[in-house]
Design a binder for this molecule. Structure first.
Ligand SMILES: Nc1ncnc2c1ncn2[C@@H]1O[C@H](COP(=O)(O)O)[C@@H](O)[C@H]1OP(=O)(O)O
Ligand SMILES: [Mg+2]
Ligand SMILES: [Mg+2]
Ligand SMILES: [Mg+2]
Length: 286
């Protein structure tokens, strides 16, 4: 988070266009190197897949290598289902900066860092760091880190139930198209909140701001959804494609989430909401 804030305050973003409507900045590159180097330093054989490519250059300044740990989390009891997990079963999905488009436009609250952990293809552990949380207030340090482990729970924030008796949907603000809009129209929403980043939208679901996150597009990749899915699931919500099928996060999957994203907050009827999307929309995203 500090690396991301430092790149922004130096003002030289070093923007590279990876593809259509798809940017990478020095903050994306540096944050990924920091995370990769720190994880590989402690777990040299770990399977890690990062948005900005394989860990070819892990030469980083020594103060970038994180070696400390959150002792309050480590002090918790590991759920039984993870006691026998072997290294080969684990894949870590890293999105060093989610919401790059918003970062370059100064919508800094939308930016998150996502580290997702899958075990045997299932998204079970997730960390969402929000580097600019509270950055406008003078009396607090900016940034917060939230985590979730399916079977254990969540931490780093106070969950709030979603709004009752209305349908507030959050969706993309920078990657919309006709199909994305058609899916939203089919839901007859009370309100649509357009914000950047998969991480930030799932935070809206967990902090009581929205009931569902709907994105009928192929644009999100496994590193966008692994960490958010895990935290949301640990809290009792769900994240699937727009047909309700779960994604696999094992190391051989293809990166794009070709079936779109459909996530619902705790207590929502996921299947009921998905069934409102007409089959001609669902059939495009296969
Ligand atoms: N068409 C796309 N091309 C590249 N990345 C995309 C695309 N659509 C979505 N994403 C990724 O998914 C995130 C959530 O999408 P959106 O903000 O549009 O709702 C984006 O911040 C971006 O992640 P990233 O910023 O890490 O590249
Ligand atoms: Mg990107
Ligand atoms: Mg992303
Ligand atoms: Mg990213």
């Amino acid at each position: 988070g500090k690396i991301i804030r430092d790149v922004m305050s130096r003002g030289e973003l070093g923007i590279i266009e990876k593809g259509k409507n798809d940017l990478q900045t020095e903050a994306d590159r540096s944050a990924q190197r920091c995370i990769m180097a720190s994880l590989l330093n402690q777990f040299p054989t770990l399977n890690i897949i990062g948005e900005e490519g394989p860990p070819s250059n892990c030469e980083v300044p020594s103060d970038w290598v994180v070696t400390d740990a959150d002792t309050s989390v480590l002090g918790m009891e590991c759920p039984n289902e993870y006691l026998q997990v072997s290294d080969e079963d684990i894949v870590v999905w890293v999105d060093p900066l989610d919401g790059t488009s918003e970062y370059t436009q100064g919508l800094l609250e939308h930016v998150t860092v996502l580290i997702g952990i899958s075990v045997k293809g299932k998204a079970v552990g997730g960390i969402i760091h929000q580097p600019y949380f509270n950055y406008k207030s003078n009396d607090a340090l900016p940034g917060r880190t939230m985590w979730g482990l399916v079977g254990l729970g969540v931490g780093g924030f106070t969950p709030v139930d979603p709004p009752k008796n209305q349908l507030i949907v959050t969706t993309t603000r920078s990657h919309s198209d006709g199909l994305v809009q058609k899916a939203l129209d089919a839901l007859s929403t009370n309100e649509i909140i357009k914000v950047g980043g998969a991480g930030y939208k799932v935070l809206l679901l967990m902090e009581g701001k929205a009931n569902a996150y709907v994105f009928a597009s192929r644009g999100c990749k496994k590193w966008d959804t692994c960490a958010p899915e895990a935290i949301l699931t640990a809290l009792g919500g769900q994240l699937t494609d727009i047909r309700g099928e779960k994604y696999s996060y094992d190391k051989d999957v293809t990166f794009p989430n070709v079936g779109g994203v459909f996530a619902t907050a705790k207590g929502e009827d996921h299947k009921f909401l998905i069934n409102k999307i007409p089959s001609d929309i669902r059939d495009v995203l296969i």
